[in-house]
Design a protein around this ligand. Sequence first.
Ligand SMILES: [Fe+2]
Ligand SMILES: [Fe+2]
Length: 496
Amino acid sequence: MERHRSLRMTLLLAAGAAGCSNAKSPDVAVVTLGEPQATPRDAGVPEEPGQPAPRPPRGVGWVTERDGTVHRATRVRCDATIDQRACSGTERTFQCRTDADCKEGPRGKCVSSFGQIGAYCGCEYACESDAECGASEACVCKGTGALREQHSVCAKALCSVDADCPGSTCGLSAYFNGCWEQVTLACRTKEDTCLSDADCRSSDESRGAACVVTDPEAESVRWECAGISCAIGRPFVVDGQPRAAQGAARDDWRAPAELDVASLSPEARELAAAHYAAVAALEHASIASFARFSLQLLALGAPAALVGEAHRAALDEVEHARLAYGVASRLAGRAIGPGPLLEAATAPLGAGVAEVVEALVEEGCVGEALGAAEGREIAQRAGDPALAATLARIAADEERHAALSWRALSWMLATFGEPARSAAERAFSRAAARYAVDPAPGPAVHEALGLLPARALGALRREVLAEVIAPCRAALPGLSCDSITPQPSSPPQASF
Ligand SMILES: [Fe+2]
Ligand SMILES: [Fe+2]
């Protein structure tokens, strides 16, 4: 269940504020970690989104304000325990074997983790106080604000406590860019373009999801809205069918691939090459899908931010295609690339509100979300580190593309009302039916190359529909709060 939490949160943020009557408002509290209760900031002081104003310091220890912003009023001792399970020795890869191998920080523990390369052992470090951290660092206690780390951590500190920020506060920025978390303490200033995360979820889509410090090394640090910046599959559907180019012998579409193929039999290599050539063709087709989407957005008068994101997503897909053709070529031992994508020239634009919404829901909101989840799963299963890294990078991009789709859908619902709403309801229902049954079994390919059996792929898709798509749908204004219940239907097209 929890393996899809990050994807669900990303898409929920993209979908915007909960508009469903069944959705719960987040609990809000004023909390001080490490020491006595903090005093909340004055209630009743209005804050206009987009007009942040540094607030005066007050409280003790880590102070969480009612809007979720966190600052450090005074130094406090943190709980330095690391609850993660110790390395067992049965993991796939090892950065450490015992705690004695972990010497780069305070209280090092060699723990068992699970990441894009599968189960591994790695060092974690926890601090109790600033004294255990490096120069210009501070110890951030476990559970503070939006911190994702499961234990206290030493973080870059441009300030240590509120007193270092005259007339303002020393804020905690915990920025998860989709790949890793960057934790920083920095003064809040009048130059900031946001005060709290709520400022980043306004109707101005360009503002992203969280108010954070994105570049603590900048000459002039400021707080600004940011979303996932580090993030598989938007099909190019024409007349109801996904379209892709035929393969061609060419090597101007292949990125270098360091894949280890020595352990694979010729048969396994050929099967795997065919699979990744098909993946590459779908990635190549995604370029056309985003190109068309960009034109649709322009035709509908969409905000600049959405149009810009659609173009950037198309460039991501160029790279995905190169990466996948690189893997396919390496496996095949010959250059593989795309032939002409003929439908790119003949596909109708289809810029009506209902058409755009239905395609957006099926290809983007559902298709790319499933692709992101499938990509992560396959990356974790892939035994080859280079392949795992390539797949993980593509999955991360796809998650960002899915978020773009949810943002675009949210904008269309708000802008076009009932026609958009009813089209979205139809498309979500169709998507639920499509993914209710397992895909047709693919060729048997070496598992080390990361392929999922059809049954496992079907189960994963249904899981994502229930745990990610349904709650995100319920968070969109005007849509029904019913969960998506996959209904049996004809076998679907594979989307990855
Ligand atoms: Fe892609
Ligand atoms: Fe994509």
